[in-house]
Ligand binder design. Structure first.
Ligand SMILES: [Zn+2]
Ligand SMILES: [Zn+2]
Length: 568
């Protein structure tokens, strides 16, 4: 079955149902989505989820009536006549270039301007469900009227629909915005500005654990760490080309001492300026410079989403400068490093995409070929499955993207290893080769986690907020059964803190059952329950968030087990 034609046909059926059920409906368009379809409507009534059952019932009747989808071609004048009074459709009609056929599809009493294709009959739609309704600006432009977009899914069977809904429900439970609130990890506020994140104490603690680990691993891999400013003069951004090619993503300049300054959308030009502070010899290459660099980029308000799409974020950035002879090994090292880091955070299912030279590109063919070969060879040597996106590279160089699948099967773009033939030219950077002559180094941008904000969002959803032991902001909570053991509970916590574990004591006056429920809700890996018996025996009763009661352990033995579990 042609799924796209089926889903798009379902969009028509939904539009027909809405027109039957509501007054004064103006239609816009109804394209397919990954798993279904939507349709944009303008109507006086506000559609809500309470309306979905009757829209679905009407759709069911239209499907059952088994109308054929009848195609008719019209002249522009005839089409305009049919669409009289339908303002969005008339504008869409005007979009159709002169000379292209203008076609309509009719099913039952419903006729719609449409390119098709469609199923033959409405009865061929096997299963569908309306999912949600949301505001959507006409043509995606914020000054245009707000339409109501109804989303649905359509599939080959009711079982597929049920599976899809179950996955959706699972994703909802794991939504990082919801868990972020419940676990007190982060927030954003209108007063501060959209897409700007506050990291609360527990979220910030996780971030600092990630950053510490990241720095340690980078030093091990032979990187050096840089810090660079948040702003730079317009001259820098002119030299880098950002003001020509990237300005719409940058914030307006501010004036300081008659000079214009821009907040940085990227760290690269700063790293290049560090490179240029010295005459470089082939002997000091490769240079690997990493920075947790905070950048700001303009994103439309409509696309901002929790931590996943923000306006201010910290990239785990690095730039590698190397010679042609070193390139292959550098790429291999980088790829291996990326895999190691992703796996250490629990992402085992990794796939790669190699993007090659687009039609419009700068840099010599020779450089492109060498760079693409180094990426391809590295992927093959590391035995990573990859797909090639022919012509999918940026104009300035080829790249490899690593994507992970999370625990509920969603794909997320993570690491990028990106060659750049542009900036080294623009900034005219070079090194003195063995031959005593200046050469242009290869430059590679790479980010392993992407940005800390987005990565944290994905991490929250992957683990459903139950972070692995080494990342958990609160690793252990000690719960006393009565106040009589509170002193002992505090002593246990102190001992564990002395061993560098993150421990708290629940000193509330609640019953032990309530204390356990509370710790469970906060997804704390271990609860240590202490009563009179444990106090006398100098032990603790261990309760795991996943496995429940694990029995009593002497404190020393517990420390050994926790140390084992702390290893990344
Ligand atoms: Zn259509
Ligand atoms: Zn860069």
């Amino acid at each position: 079955m042609d799924l796209e034609a089926m889903r798009h046909s379902a969009a028509h059926v939904m539009a027909a149902a809405v027109v039957r059920l509501f007054e004064n409906v103006q239609l816009d368009i109804g394209p397919v989505t990954k798993d279904g379809f939507y349709y944009d409507f303008d109507l006086p009534a506000r559609i809500s989820p309470e309306d979905f059952p009757r829209i679905e019932a009407e759709m069911g009747r239209i499907i059952k009536a088994d109308y054929p989808f009848e195609k008719t071609q019209m002249s522009r004048a005839e089409a305009a006549e049919v669409l009289k009074g339908r303002k969005y459709k008339l504008e869409r009609l005007a979009d159709i270039p002169e000379g292209e056929p203008i076609t309509f599809y009719k099913c039952g009493d419903f006729i719609d301007l449409c390119r098709g294709p469609h199923l033959a009959r409405t009865d061929e739609i096997p299963a569908f469900k309306i999912l949600s309704v949301a505001g959507s600006y006409y043509r995606g432009i914020e000054t245009n009227p707000m339409l109501q977009r109804i989303y649905g899914i359509a599939a080959q069977s009711h079982k597929e629909i049920a599976d899809y809904l179950a996955r959706l429900e699972e994703a909802r439970k794991r939504d990082h915005r919801k868990l972020g609130r419940e676990l007190d990890l982060f927030s954003s506020h209108d007063e501060i500005g959209a897409g700007l994140i506050l990291w609360h104490a527990k979220g910030a603690l996780i971030r600092s654990i990630i950053e510490d680990y990241w720095r340690r691993e980078h030093l091990k891999e032979g990187y050096e760490l840089l810090y660079t400013p948040h702003l730079g003069r317009s001259l820098l951004w002119t030299n880098s080309g950002h003001l020509d090619f990237y300005r719409e993503s940058m914030y307006a300049p501010m004036k300081i001492d008659d000079q214009e300054y821009f907040i940085k959308p990227m760290n690269c030009p700063f790293h290049i300026m560090v490179y240029k502070t010295n005459l470089r010899s082939y002997r000091e290459l490769p240079l690997r410079w990493a920075e947790l660099g905070t950048v700001y980029r303009y994103e439309k308000a409509g696309v901002l989403h929790g931590l996943l799409r923000v306006r201010g974020f910290t990239q785990d950035d690095a730039h590698i400068f190397c010679t042609a002879a070193q390139m292959e090994e550098e790429i291999r090292k980088t790829l291996r490093f990326a895999m190691k880091i992703l796996r250490s955070f629990g992402f085992a299912d990794i796939s790669a995409y190699l993007s090659t030279k687009p039609a419009k590109a700068i840099g010599s063919d020779e450089n492109w070929t060498a760079a693409i070969n180094s990426l391809r060879n590295a992927l093959q040597n590391e035995k990573i499955n990859f797909a090639v996106e022919e012509g999918g590279g940026a104009f300035y160089g080829p790249k490899v993207d690593l994507k992970i699948h999370d625990v509920i099967g969603r794909e997320w773009q993570m690491s990028t290893i990106q060659f750049d033939f542009n900036l080294p030219e623009r900034f005219d950077i070079s090194y003195i080769g063995e031959d005593g002559q200046p050469h242009r180094p290869y430059m590679v941008h790479r980010a392993l986690l992407g940005s800390l904000e987005r990565f944290f969002g994905i991490l929250i959803e992957h683990y459903g907020g139950a972070f692995p032991f080494w990342l958990a902001p609160e690793q252990v909570r000690v719960l006393s059964i009565t106040d009589k053991e509170l002193e002992y509970a505090k002593k246990v916590a102190e001992t564990l803190r002395g061993e560098n574990f993150r421990v708290t004591v629940d000193a509330s006056s609640g019953k032990i059952g309530a204390k356990i429920r509370n710790a469970q809700m906060k997804k704390i890996p271990y609860m240590l329950i202490v009563g009179a018996k444990e106090q006398t025996a100098r032990s603790v009763s261990v309760r795991s968030r996943f496995e429940g009661d694990k029995g009593a352990l002497p404190l020393a033995e517990l420390i050994g087990k926790l140390e084992e579990e702390s290893k990344v």
